[in-house]
Every structure is written in structure tokens, then in C-alpha cells.
Ligand binder design. Structure first.
Ligand code: A3P
Length: 306
């Protein structure tokens, strides 16, 4: 039987929950259970009308998911309240202890057209997505805000590896020794793929600056018209303060043994430039050096403040 995530605690004792170990798949560190289940993930059967939302963690995945769901449902917040975001849009590579259904099990049970989520780097995306020419929305966020957000997320998500202190976490982040690997390789890999495939590449900073414009871009990519009142409703519904208060989007429906929002809320700050409160000058310079080395020769650029 496939059980609901929230009702699984009688079969799975949260007291025995240990933070995951990282196991490499083709050089990319992934959560142990994801690596163990890699065969079925790689062989995942995408359907031609699947839409994939792909990001490096903390780039604004949940925000984009809520926007897409609203666009697909004519801006009706009641339809979008039918279930928590992680049930509306399966996270394809995610595997939790049994009997919690895997992302693939959730996706397989879903009627078409499906919207799916992934954090996989481009070379680990199951080939069926390319074979079926699926539409993909990729969202990128500047490395400094991503690192800060990912650090706080590691503190509150007890399923992720122990982050250590901020300095230790940043060392691992810069070395690509964190879950889903190097931010630099991830954003660049998808950037290079975007001209060869059906990929809409968006930036968190642009979404913050002009949400209506970016929502329109998404709707156009999906081939949908958004009348002005619907667009306005979507902008309102997906504003940070409204998503923070929305239990179907803010992950408060997750058990606290998994995500402890008292440690750090999932909807934490939702701004561009929070990194300035965390990075020391030398940490910022180290990141800038790696950035210049890895991305300097590309046309990909990020804004770290608005
Ligand atoms: P912070 O930790 O910087 O606040 P993801 O969904 O990829 O895990 O990303 C989570 C990050 O996106 C968090 O960043 C969260 O606050 C932010 N976020 C979520 N919804 C948002 C929204 N509607 N507007 C702006 N930021 C949002």
C-alpha cells in the first residue's frame, strides 16, 4: 500500500531517523537513498506532455511550482489548495524510508498532464525527458543567497546531512560537496543545455524584481494566455508573505521530525541580498574567485542585489 507521507509515522519510527549520508552518482553527491534507487530514477518514463521544474536547491523551486500550478488552474487558489505542493508536483528522484512513496511512485500514479520537480544536474536527468522533448523550466538563483538559504535549510531539514557551522557548510558548498553537487556546475550545465532543448531558463532575482513579467514568460512557454485579472491574482497569491502563510505551500504540513520550522522556517526571508548578513569579506571573495574561474568564460551572469 502506498501511504501518505504524514500518516507514515506509525510504520516508520522518526526517533530512528538519522541524517542522510551522501553517496556519489557519476561524481555528484546525492542523498544515500536516492543513490541506492538510482536505477529506477535513471529509467524513469517521462511522458511527452510532462512539464519539469528543475532547480538547484533553494533557487525558488516552491515559488515556481505554485506559480505554475496557479497558471495551469486559471489562477484559482482553491484548486491550488487541493494538496500540499509536494503532493501536487512529485519530486521525481526523491526516496524516503518505506512506506513513504518515492517520487517515481507518486508520478507513476498521476494522470497526464503531469508537472514534476527535480534538482538533478543536467547530465543526470533521466534520458526519457530528452527523448520525449518535454518542456522544462529551470530556475537559477545567485550562489551567495543560495548558499545561505541552503545552510538554513540543512539546519531545519533533519533528513539532510549535518551542515556544521556556516563556515564549514560554505567550504562544502564551494567544493560541491553538498547534496545535488556543485552549484557552479549545475547552473552552467543547464545554461548550456537551454539552446539545444525546450528549456525556459529563469532567475530568482528577475522573479523578485518583476513577478508579473516572469509569470507571463512562464505562461507563454506553456502556451497559455493570462488575462490581466488572472495574472494579478497569481502575482498576489505567490507573493512571499502570502506563500509563507499558505499551509499548502509553506511545508508546515510536514512532520516536525523531518522539517523543524522552529529552527528555521521553510519560507525564511525570500529576498535578494540576505547573503550580506552572513558572508565575511574573505568568504565572499573566495566565492567570487571560484565564480570567475568556473563561469567567467560563459554568458551566464547573476545579480546579487537588486
Ligand atoms: P530563503 O531561505 O532565502 O528565504 P526552494 O523552494 O527552492 O527550496 O527555495 C526556497 C527559497 O525560496 C527560500 O529562500 C524561500 O524563502 C524562497 N521563497 C519561497 N517562496 C518565495 C516567494 N513567493 N517569493 C520569494 N522567495 C520565496
Amino acid at each position: 500500500m502506498v501511504m501518505d507521507f504524514e500518516s507514515s509515522s506509525d510504520a516508520f519510527d522518526p526517533k530512528t531517523l538519522k541524517r542522510s549520508k551522501l553517496v556519489e552518482v557519476e561524481g555528484v553527491p546525492l542523498l544515500g537513498l536516492i543513490a541506492e534507487n538510482w536505477g529506477p530514477t535513471w529509467n524513469f518514463k517521462a511522458r511527452p506532455d510532462d512539464l519539469l521544474i528543475c532547480t538547484y536547491p533553494k533557487a525558488g523551486t516552491t515559488w515556481t511550482q505554485e506559480i505554475v500550478d496557479m497558471i495551469q488552474h486559471g489562477g484559482d487558489p482553491q484548486i491550488c489548495a487541493r494538496a500540499p505542493i509536494y503532493k501536487r508536483i512529485p519530486f521525481i528522484e526523491m526516496c524516503q524510508p518505506k512506506p513513504i512513496p518515492s517520487g517515481i511512485e507518486q508520478a507513476d500514479a498521476m494522470p497526464s498532464p503531469r508537472t514534476l520537480k527535480s534538482h538533478l544536474p543536467v547530465h543526470l536527468l533521466p534520458p526519457s525527458f530528452w527523448e520525449q522533448n518535454c518542456k522544462i523550466i529551470y530556475v537559477a538563483r545567485n550562489a551567495k543567497d543560495t548558499a545561505v538559504s541552503y545552510f538554513h535549510f540543512h539546519c531545519m531539514d533533519k533528513w539532510l546531512p549535518e551542515p556544521g557551522n556556516w563556515n564549514q557548510f560554505l567550504d562544502n558548498f564551494l567544493a560541491g560537496k553538498v547534496t545535488w553537487g556543485s552549484w557552479f556546475d549545475h547552473v552552467l550545465g543547464w545554461w548550456e543545455a537551454k539552446d539545444r532543448h525546450h528549456i525556459l531558463y529563469l532567475f530568482y532575482e528577475d522573479m523578485k524584481e518583476d513577478p508579473a513579467e516572469e509569470i507571463q514568460k512562464i505562461a507563454q512557454f506553456l502556451g497559455l494566455e493570462l488575462p490581466e485579472p488572472v495574472l494579478n491574482r497569481i502575482v498576489q497569491h505567490t507573493m512571499f508573505k502570502n506563500m509563507k502563510a499558505n499551509p499548502m505551500a509553506n511545508y508546515t504540513t510536514m512532520p516536525t521530525w523531518h522539517m523543524d520550522q522552529a529552527v528555521s522556517p521553510f519560507m525564511r526571508k525570500g529576498i535578494v541580498g540576505d547573503w550580506k548578513k552572513h558572508f565575511l569579506v574573505d568568504q565572499s571573495e573566495r566565492l567570487d574567485d571560484i565564480y570567475a574561474h568556473k563561469l567567467g568564460g560563459s554568458s551566464l551572469t547573476f545579480r546579487t542585489q537588486l
